[in-house]
Design a protein around this ligand. Structure first.
Ligand SMILES: [Zn+2]
Length: 291
């Protein structure tokens, strides 16, 4: 009986998931895209599996070029679905030394920030010659008709390659923990920029929904902004009776005119008074009596 710690059982995981329709993002009669939820090595990590049982990348021949085209089409569709990340941030390709017993094409974001990025092998399988891009596989098959496997010695050396070169700047270190922290900084900065851009866009959209008097229509559309006669302004002033409406008008008026203050001169007068530039008006005897 196969158990979960059985290597062969683990190697068949992707095939079983595809057959069960588990974590499947897109599926056709020729291939499926699965979200890598168990061992993702980056913030966005998917695998494209062909329905045809192909052991690994070295088993591909020229006959598979059409299938590869289809797999790439699915990869592109998946990348397009990730609205928060541009396509330039994704790598698409194959591991030369795949653990799984079925060909799988990785679609992975280049941040490599993940809790499961624990060992140097995890980084090296995607960032040395242990990883072969889709374009390279396609070109080699077309020209040579096959992909040569790596020798065990070469594969072993590549797996333990040091130091680590950042894929986003010139940073180099032999310390893997330091390296992971460095990658995390890149990711955090990228996320902060994205969130700031999104906030700015929302702010711009909000301003786009305002008319000249800073009023929002209930349906979100603009009111007539072209007509700015005195009568029109008076009409608009009368529309805003509640305190909230008046505040909104004051804060958002794009022309900077405080239309809500019925006596703007009073503010000016008080300011002048504070600066002692205006003589204080003392109440007359008559008015003092009234107080
Ligand atoms: Zn860097």
């Amino acid at each position: 009986m196969q158990e979960e710690n059985d290597v062969e059982f683990q190697r068949g995981l992707l095939t079983r998931k595809m057959e069960a329709g588990e974590d499947v993002v897109i599926q056709t009669d020729k291939a499926a895209v699965l979200r890598n939820v168990i061992l993702p090595k980056a913030q966005y990590h998917f695998v494209v599996l062909p329905k045809e049982d192909i052991a690994n990348v070295t088993a591909l021949t020229r006959d598979h070029l059409q299938l590869l085209d289809h797999m790439m089409e699915l990869a592109n569709q998946t990348i397009e679905q990730q609205k928060h990340l541009p396509s330039s941030k994704f790598l698409v390709g194959f591991k030369m030394e795949s653990f799984m017993n079925r060909l799988n094409m990785h679609v992975i974001s280049n941040d490599f920030c993940s809790d499961t990025m624990r060992r140097i092998q995890h980084w090296n399988t995607f960032n040395t010659d242990l990883f072969i891009t889709y374009q390279a596989v396609y070109a080699l098959l077309k020209v040579k008709g096959s992909i040569e496997p790596l020798s065990p010695d070469t594969a072993e050396k590549l797996l333990t390659t040091r130091p680590f070169h950042c894929n986003q700047c010139r940073f180099i270190t032999g310390n893997f923990n330091k390296f992971k922290e460095h990658l995390q900084i890149h990711w955090q900065r990228q996320e902060n920029e994205r969130i700031n851009k999104m906030n700015m866009l929302q702010l711009k959209q909000s301003f786009g929904n305002m008319n000249i008097n800073g009023n929002f229509k209930n349906d979100g559309s603009r009111q007539n902004v072209g007509h700015r006669s005195e009568n029109h302004i008076v009409e608009n002033k009368q529309q805003f009776n509640s305190k909230q409406e008046r505040q909104e008008l004051h804060v958002t008026s794009p022309v900077g005119t405080n239309l809500t203050n019925p006596r703007p001169y009073k503010k000016w007068y008080n300011k002048k008074k504070q600066n002692s530039q205006m003589p204080e008006v003392k109440p007359t005897t008559e008015s003092a009596k009234k107080i």
